[in-house]
Structure formats: C-alpha cells, structure tokens
Unconditional design. Structure first.
Length: 270
C-alpha cells in the first residue's frame, strides 16, 4: 500500500534542535510528502503517546521501541545515533555515582543504558528539569540527554560517567538513541515512503542549514544559539540518514535480556 493522496499524517516529535532541524523541511512543505498534523512533546511523552497509538509517525527512544515492535516499524531515517552521543551521568562536585538518580523517563534509552552500571533508585522527570534538580540537591545524580551534554559544567555539575562510552566499549557499536516509528497498519510500502520523505527532509536541512534557524530557536529549551548549533552538529549526522541496524538490534536484544520489554520476532524495519 502506498500513501493515498491527499493524506494527512499525525507526526509527533520532540522540540529538540536535532528534530526541528531534521524535520523542518517536511513540516513546512519544502520537500514533497504527505501533509502533516504535528505535535511536539518531551521524549518520554512521545514514548507514551506511541504506546497509546496517538500518532501515525512518532519519534521515540530506541529502548521504547522494544515495547512497540509488534505494532510499529522503525524507520532507518530521522533517528539519533552515533559515537560520542550517549547520555551522561552528572552530580555535584564530590558526589559519587549512586543514591537517587534522576532519569528522563522509564522508557528512554538513557534509562536502559544506566542499567549497564547496576541497579539504582531512580526518579523519572522531564529531561529539562534534571540539571536543576541535581544542582539543588533534590536528587544525588542525574542522567542528562540532549543539550545537557553541553551545559552541565556551566551549572556547576561534574561528569561521573559517560553511558555512551560504556555502551561503545562493551558492544563496539554506536549508541542508537532514538528513531522514528510508524504504525504497522499503514503497511511496509507506506512506511518506506515516509522513510524516503524524512531522508529528503534531512538532506534539505543539511544543504540549507539556515532555513530552519527560526523554527529551531522557537522550540529549543536552551536558547543559546551556540548550544543549538552544537546540538545539531552532534546529533544530525550520517546515522540520521541511515540508522546502524546492527546497533539497533543489539540494543533491543540487550533490553530483552534485561527484561525491560518482552521478546519479539517482528521485523524491525519496513
């Protein structure tokens, strides 16, 4: 089945600079594709939305996709992955890794990767609250994603562990952080068409980096333009055009082994 024309798709993604940069061209009709009804949410809110079937196309944590595998495809384009991109654990100066650790959601890849270090008392909260919660002593440590990689030192926090480096050293693969999930009932042909449109949107964004500047700035949590640019440069890379399928499969196997979600034989990609 191919996408019927005209057709409007419900597309949900995060307000983070890598997503608004990558998807700007499709959202604004600068590349050909179905019309969109867009919703921008925090990553854990997106994970929950996807579980409830609240979007046709949705950016999710790769770890959360383990819960969606029977109902969704994961696309090869539009994802966030790479070496040196993983979540980090921070604390106040002199704090050892342990105690109460804030995570950006139970379903996130960050939460699954924290399990590489052991079992901890975790506190789920929005990713953009974690730095302040650690600094204020509400929690002992925090797992940072997105802009947090670039701002924690300015907040007086110290790096305790790079979870991405931990993954890379154990598995020898890039960290597959997030990907775009599409409902299986749209069928594989339609999913591949969406995959192609997203690829064109990413290529447009990289060829015209200034086109999305206002859109990115309007939605970013961190308003510093330099941080926004560093965020995009790190997370929008060649893996955004072609997720490492071996890395995705390895993370999902790891999640199954850790009983984070049930095992599934359903094909991952359309």
């Amino acid at each position: 089945m191919r996408l019927a024309e005209p057709m409007s798709l419900r597309f949900a993604f995060s307000p983070c600079p890598n997503d608004t940069f990558a998807f700007h061209a499709w959202v604004h009709g600068l590349v050909p594709g179905p019309e969109l009804e867009t919703t921008l949410l925090d990553i854990e809110e997106l994970n929950v939305l996807a579980e409830g079937g609240g979007a046709d196309v949705v950016k999710v944590s790769v770890a959360a996709y383990g819960r969606l595998r029977e109902t969704h495809f994961l696309l090869r384009t539009g994802g966030a992955a790479g070496y040196g991109t993983g979540p980090i654990v921070v604390g106040r100066e002199g704090q050892a890794l342990g105690g109460r650790i804030a995570i950006p959601g139970e379903r996130t890849t960050a939460a699954l990767l924290l399990g590489l270090l052991g079992s901890f008392d975790t506190v789920a909260m929005r990713f953009d609250r974690i730095e302040a919660a650690v600094a204020a002593g509400e929690v002992d440590c925090g797992v940072l994603i997105h802009e947090g990689r670039f701002t924690f030192e300015q907040k007086g926090l110290a790096l305790l562990c790079d979870l991405g480096a931990e993954w890379e050293s154990r598995f020898g693969l890039p960290v597959p952080l997030g990907g775009v999930a599409v409902r299986r009932d749209l069928q594989a042909d339609a999913a591949r068409e969406i995959e192609s449109v997203i690829g064109e949107s990413v290529r447009y964004a990289r060829a015209h980096p200034d086109a999305s500047r206002e859109y990115v700035a309007a939605h970013a949590q961190e308003m510093d333009a330099v941080v926004q640019r560093r965020h995009i440069e790190l997370y929008v890379n060649d893996y955004t055009l072609a997720l490492d399928e071996h890395a995705v499969a390895a993370l999902l196997r790891h999640g199954e082994d850790q009983h984070a979600f049930a095992k599934s034989a359903a094909p991952i990609f359309p």
